[in-house]
Design a protein around this ligand. Structure first.
Ligand SMILES: [Zn+2]
Length: 359
């Protein structure tokens, strides 16, 4: 066995020294392998050369099969890499972005080997590919609330490689949060939600930049944070915060993905009056009467329900940032967890809406 490996190494080294191409060298190694198999079949039992060859035919076949598997894997990674950085993508990168201005200043640096492997399941999707993955890497989103909806959304955004996430929440992790706010852990109780969530994001994907903002979102902070991001994700609890996020998003002409849950039901839509869709105030112009829309603390919520809506939010974010599929502009998706039913409602801009009427 040692004799064969030394022979192969000598052939490889000698060929390299003479500048023979890598493909030819692999061909010679392959021929050597076939010759070994042939000798093992032809040579009589007890022949001296059999001892030099070491293994049996079966062992050499297993060795060859393992080598072939490694080679195939390397070829697949190479193909993904070429696809990620192909000239065709560079050309299409120059076309107008579908939304949010993500592609307006394309940073087309090729994906690293680690990125190609981490995002390989995205890269083979026709709708995302290398171009989409770079758009995700270049994107900046604002997430309001690291609670029940924000937790799964943040984890999936991190997993998907959304490059920069600004996260606003002034709350701390409480024992009663852990039934559904899956980015936090028992040992995080008492810690600020933004730092706990940042820990969770970095544990999953150190390549994501998190900007934690441990403050209560008010109109001033919203007006400071929202311009310049590609998309706002609002999973906050409470009408007042939702309304001010909507106001600032409309003013900055930034699309707003908004989801909410209560008890067994949830809803999600993409508000974007700058591109023809309604804003939140078109649908909900005034705060619901007390008791009609109880918060999770007041009315309860099934733990996985915000997981469903938060995960939908992350999926819609990927679509919005890459231009894949059809998003939720002008459509409100309702999910009834108790009966396992979904409904899609077309929603229109409301003439004279005090928030988006001037857009
Ligand atoms: Zn409106």
């Amino acid at each position: 066995m040692l004799f064969v490996l030394l022979l192969a190494a000598a052939v490889w080294g000698l060929a390299a020294a003479f500048g023979i191409r890598r493909e030819i060298r692999w061909l010679v190694i392959g021929l050597l392998y076939v010759a070994i198999l042939a000798m093992l079949v032809v040579l009589p039992e007890g022949a001296a050369l059999r001892g030099w060859l070491g293994w049996s035919v079966g062992a050499w076949l297993v060795f060859g099969g393992a080598g072939l598997a490694v080679w195939s894997y390397a070829q697949m990674l190479g193909r993904l890499r070429r696809r990620a950085g192909s000239a065709a993508e560079a050309r299409s990168e120059a076309t107008a972005p579908t939304a949010g201005g993500v592609g307006a200043s394309p940073r087309t640096a090729a994906l690293s080997d680690a990125e190609v492997e981490r995002y390989s399941r995205h890269l083979i999707l026709r709708e995302i590919g290398g171009q989409g993955q770079r758009r995700l890497r270049n994107a900046h989103v604002l997430v309001v609330g690291a609670g029940g909806i924000g937790s799964p959304a943040l984890l999936y955004l991190a997993g998907a490689g959304v490059g920069r996430i600004t996260l606003v929440d002034d709350d701390s992790v409480d024992l009663s949060n852990l039934q559904r706010q899956v980015i936090h852990r028992t040992e995080d109780i008492g810690r600020s939600k933004v730092s706990s969530a940042a820990r969770g994001i970095h544990a999953l994907n150190p390549g994501v930049t998190v900007v934690p903002v441990e403050r209560r979102l008010d109109a001033e902070l919203a007006a400071e944070l929202i311009p310049g991001v590609d998309l706002v994700l609002d999973g906050s609890d409470g009408f007042a915060t939702r309304a001010l996020v909507n106001n600032a998003s409309v003013a900055a002409r930034v699309p707003l993905l908004s989801a909410s849950v209560g008890q067994w039901e949830g809803q999600i839509s993409l508000f974007d009056p700058a591109r023809g869709a309604p804003c939140l105030a078109c649908l909900f112009p005034v705060e619901p009467a007390a008791g009609l829309a109880p918060t999770c603390a007041e009315g309860g919520v099934a733990g996985p329900l915000p997981g469903v809506l938060g995960t939908m939010m992350a999926l819609e974010t990927l679509k919005e940032l890459t231009g894949a599929g059809t998003g939720l502009r002008g459509r409100l998706l309702l999910y009834d967890g108790l009966y396992g039913e979904t409904r899609m409602i077309t929603v229109l801009r409301r003439p004279g809406c005090p928030v988006c009427g001037d857009i």
